[in-house]
Write a protein that binds this ligand. Structure first.
Ligand code: NAP
Length: 228
């Protein structure tokens, strides 16, 4: 089996949507490189018996260290899922420390991941880089006020993914920014209408369906195109 099935690397794989993405890719027989900040504390992830790797996407040295440790490995799908909401600071409450930390994790993290891991992706068969964004990052439809750091970080992430689609398209690498919907997780809360199972299944289908024409797009988990 080794080398026969595709490989996916998932960030923030220890809980929420990342954990479910890991579960579904593993159930489908993929080789999963499940990354999280604290593998020793990731009990639910450990039960899935996938390859676990330490990774903090807010730390460039952590990204570089993992890329070096995985040098020469083909990664079919690089899935940037890790994200933080921050304090949802509204107008009058935004401050630089929170704003920059949300930008670091949600927008810069996936860019640094792509800069470190594109060679792994290029040597794979499927060659895809995806990021979990949010409808709250849509300027055309989602800017309803408040949550300055989170909204800005996801709008920036959308630009990163679109731009990467252009810069890496010549290497045959496809990209996508995918909104997971409003999902029941620690971040989404209990009132969310969607469960992780349906959200993750949709995300996986969107990634599988990417082609040169749709690369660089902003998608909903159900495959719909979202307005920038
Ligand atoms: N749930 C929703 O309704 C919703 C809606 C729109 C978009 N999203 C997006 O979907 C993605 C997953 O969200 P979720 O709902 O599953 O959230 P979650 O339950 O809060 O999980 C977030 C995950 O990201 C990880 N993470 C945070 N900072 C990290 C860092 N610096 N390095 C590595 N991992 C880090 C967390 O790890 P730790 O356990 O170490 O903190 C955790 O595994 C995020 O990008 C989020 O913005 C979610």
């Amino acid at each position: 089996r080794e080398g026969q099935m595709p490989t996916v690397l998932i960030t923030g794989a220890n809980r929420g949507i990342g954990l479910e993405l890991t579960r579904q890719y593993a159930a489908a027989g993929w080789d999963v490189i499940a990354c999280c900040r604290k593998p020793k504390e990731a009990a639910q992830l450990a039960r899935l018996k996938v390859e676990m790797r330490p990774l903090d996407v807010a730390k460039p040295a952590s990204i570089a260290k993992l890329a070096a440790a995985l040098k020469g490995r083909a990664i079919d799908v690089l899935l940037n899922n890790a994200g933080i909401l921050g304090k949802r600071s509204g107008f009058g409450k935004a401050e630089s420390k929170e704003f920059l930390s949300v930008m670091q994790v949600n927008a810069l993290g996936p860019l640094l991941m792509a800069q470190s891991f594109w060679p792994h992706v290029k040597r794979s068969k499927m060659k895809r880089i995806a990021a979990i964004t949010s409808g709250m990052g849509s300027i055309a439809s989602g800017a309803n006020g408040g949550s300055y750091a989170y909204r800005s970080s996801k709008a920036a992430l959308n630009m990163v993914m679109k731009n990467l689609g252009n810069d890496l398209g010549g290497k045959g690498i496809l990209t996508a920014a995918i909104s997971p919907g409003w999902v029941k997780t620690d971040m989404g809360g209990k009132s969310a209408p969607l469960g992780v199972v349906d959200s993750a299944a949709g995300i996986i289908a969107v990634i599988a369906g990417l082609d040169a024409k749709s690369s660089g797009g902003f998608f909903n988990y159900n495959g719909q195109i979202l307005p920038w």
